[in-house]
Write a protein that binds this ligand. Structure first.
Ligand code: FES
Length: 97
């Protein structure tokens, strides 16, 4: 990990046909949205921006998530793995201007 923590991150969750099979991505979105609201607090814009995608072109590895600016791909997401991602990569985002 670099010594510089980016001040803002963009998180893109795939809600495409494969990743959302059985509505699994919808559950992940709800978990992620709660975490983003918690991390951003009352800052506007907050340090995290949550987006959805229709396909991230890695369907077979889904459910998938991308984190920018690192362009970190997270595959085979489930609720437990997302909890780890939130703690390791999203809660560390700087809240300083
Ligand atoms: S449907 Fe999610 S990567 Fe294609």
């Amino acid at each position: 990990m670099s010594s510089e923590t980016p001040k803002r991150k963009r998180v893109v969750l795939c809600m495409g046909q494969y990743c959302n099979a059985g509505r699994r991505a919808k559950r992940l979105y709800q978990q992620l949205e709660t975490a983003v609201f918690d991390i951003n607090g009352d800052q506007f814009p907050g340090p995290l921006k949550l987006e959805i995608a229709n396909c991230l072109s890695m369907c077979g590895a889904g459910p998938n998530l991308m984190i920018y600016p690192e362009a970190r791909a997270v595959n085979s997401l489930d609720e437990e793995k997302l909890r780890v991602v939130i703690d390791q990569y999203l809660r560390t985002v700087s809240t300083e201007d």
